[in-house]
Design a protein around this ligand. Structure first.
Ligand code: RTP
Length: 155
């Protein structure tokens, strides 16, 4: 049994309503996929405002909280779980800084977004939030175990 088969790191990634409406689903999927990360769960949903509030509970005290929850629940969101070594940190690198004006070219937000309120994608910011967010958005049985090309990605 290979070492990587045991407990591979996972992160929660969501394409927000602006990313979906702008037709960026395949563009975003392909960046994670080509890197070598593995998609283990995916669905498209319109979250309720209450659900959006649970997702963003850390930001409850921020002035933009209500508007942010309105926005996340304003249309379809593509919710995903990606797996791979270092996927939480590196996923954030692929995404870029929260403010697209500060995201460097080559990142998803740097290449594809302009404003912080329309930054098209979310990614968990650490192991604890990754665990919580995966649990909030997915049932255990929606996470799929399968073998893909990992022997060409991991040594
Ligand atoms: P995310 O959770 O969506 O990946 O974003 P993040 O960690 O990079 O940023 P965070 O500080 O957790 O903020 C979450 C989302 O809130 C919106 N936001 N708006 N109007 C504002 O000043 C403001 N600041 C943050 C952004 O959509 C951000 O992604």
């Amino acid at each position: 049994q290979e070492a990587h088969a045991a407990e591979m790191e996972r992160t929660f990634i969501a394409i927000k309503p602006d990313g979906v409406q702008r037709g960026l689903i395949s563009e975003i999927l392909s960046r994670f996929e080509r890197k070598g990360f593995k998609l283990v769960a995916i669905k498209i949903v319109v979250p309720s405002k209450d659900f959006a509030g649970r997702h963003y509970h850390d930001l409850k005290e921020r002035p933009f909280f209500s508007g942010l929850c309105d926005f996340l629940s304003s249309g379809p969101v593509v919710a995903m779980v990606w797996e791979g070594e270092g996927v939480i940190r590196y996923g954030r690198k692929l995404i870029g800084a929260t403010d697209p004006q500060k995201s460097v070219p080559g990142t998803i937000r740097g290449d594809l977004a302009v404003l912080v309120g329309r930054n098209i994608i979310h990614g968990s910011d650490g192991p604890e939030t990754a665990k919580d967010e995966i649990k909030l958005w997915f049932k255990q049985e929606e996470l799929v175990k399968y073998t893909s090309n990992e022997k060409w990605i991991y040594s």
